[in-house]
Ligand binder design. Structure first.
Ligand code: ADP
Ligand code: TRP
Length: 337
């Protein structure tokens, strides 16, 4: 990727590597939609540039108002990130609230944000349509997300498709800031892995914590088996051929099984003679095996939370240094200094 340079960005202009940034809210258990949509692509990118990944705890205050739960969820999410392969020697893993400057940038950006831009955001519309009574934080969430991205001069933002619009809002706000106050902020790009941009849940809708249709990454074996064996399928008799392309079981299997196993299942679908119970069993076994190394690593990390705390703390210092540089430019440009 060509890294563009622009005046005003002190360190960004000299940077040769691309900067990658993404965040996850510590609002509950991680599911395989989060994993394949965002976490796995993000972890891969740690080898391609300077990666910053954070636990979006300010964001989750819009829905979690239990301090113990928030602290625990944050630690669990950091542990999960590390268990899934985030290498702290390559990527900076920190807690959003350890860099409070981001809320200042959010305020400054909010003064440039037209209300209709936020009213248009699908995620907000979706939540209110489902009966959630919105607080102001939920409404202005995309502005804080823009601040998260812009404060680290990010180039690439790996996310699932549902976050694309928020990255577009970020681009608009950065451009608006630059037009108003002079070139100051770097314009980022969303990076969406098309094959896994929307992982379906157990009911076939997008997998989401809010839809209660998730397959958790680290479920207990029995619970996982029960969920997968409970997937509703059509009533095609065992002996008849079945269409893999419309099957949720096959779609999920492609995420976790290797190529030869996928081809074998596809053939069995088309040939007939195999029932859905058998396909679901294969799916369960593959999900279980796929996450086995991560489960083992997670058990080690869980036994040593001080190690995780240490990583979060030292990474936050690095993140904060960068944020402070951006804020110097922003304050100067806006006339605050
Ligand atoms: P949820 O919908 O379960 O609350 P989040 O909104 O916290 O999930 O999403 C966290 C990250 O995971 C985002 O980058 C989002 O785009 C991605 N993600 C969430 N669900 C899916 C899915 N079903 N398929 C692909 N990516 C997803
Ligand atoms: N909004 C994202 C989500 O719900 C989390 C998030 C917050 C984020 N700030 C971000 C993602 C900045 C990417 C970049 O999943």
């Amino acid at each position: 990727m060509q890294i563009s340079t622009f005046p005003g960005a002190c360190t960004a202009a000299d940077r040769l590597t691309m900067r990658i940034l993404s965040g996850l809210q510590p609002t509950g258990r991680l599911h395989i939609g989060n994993f394949f949509g965002m976490m796995e692509p993000a972890i891969r990118l740690q080898d391609e540039g300077e990666a910053f990944y954070f636990i979006a705890d300010y964001h989750s205050l819009t829905s979690v108002q239990d301090p113990t739960a928030l602290r625990e969820n944050s630690l669990h999410l950091a542990t999960d990130f590390l268990a899934c392969g985030l290498d702290p020697a390559k990527a900076t893993l920190f807690r959003q609230s350890d860099v409070p400057e981001v809320t200042e940038l959010s305020w400054i950006l909010s003064t440039l944000t037209p209300i209709p831009m936020l009213e248009n955001c699908h995620s907000y519309k979706d939540k209110t349509a489902r009966g959630m009574v919105p607080n102001t934080g939920l409404f202005t969430y995309p502005v804080l997300m823009a601040a998260d991205i812009l404060i680290y001069d990010s180039d690439i933002v790996p996310v699932g498709r549902d976050q694309k619009q928020h990255v577009e809002v970020t681009r608009d706000l950065a451009a608006k800031f630059n037009n108003t106050f002079g070139e100051t902020l770097r314009i980022p790009q969303a990076r969406i892995k098309e094959e896994t941009a929307v992982v379906p849940g157990l009911d076939g809708q997008k997998m989401s914590k809010s839809y209660r249709n998730i397959i958790g990454l680290f479920e207990e074996e029995k619970a996982l088996k029960k969920k997968i064996m409970g997937i509703i399928t059509d009533s095609t008799p065992v002996e008849e051929p079945k269409d893999p392309d419309t099957s949720l079981v096959f779609t999920l299997y492609k995420l976790v099984a290797d190529d030869s196993a996928v081809s074998a299942m596809e053939e069995d679908f088309r040939r007939g003679g195999t029932g859905y119970g058998d396909f679901k069993k294969r799916l369960f076994e593959s999900v279980w095996d796929y996450f086995a190394p991560m489960r083992a690593r997670r058990a080690e990390l869980t036994a040593n939370p001080d190690h995780v705390h240490y990583i979060l703390k030292s990474s936050a210092e690095k993140a904060r240094t960068i944020a402070a540089q951006t804020m110097d430019r922003v304050r100067k440009a806006a006339g605050l200094r």
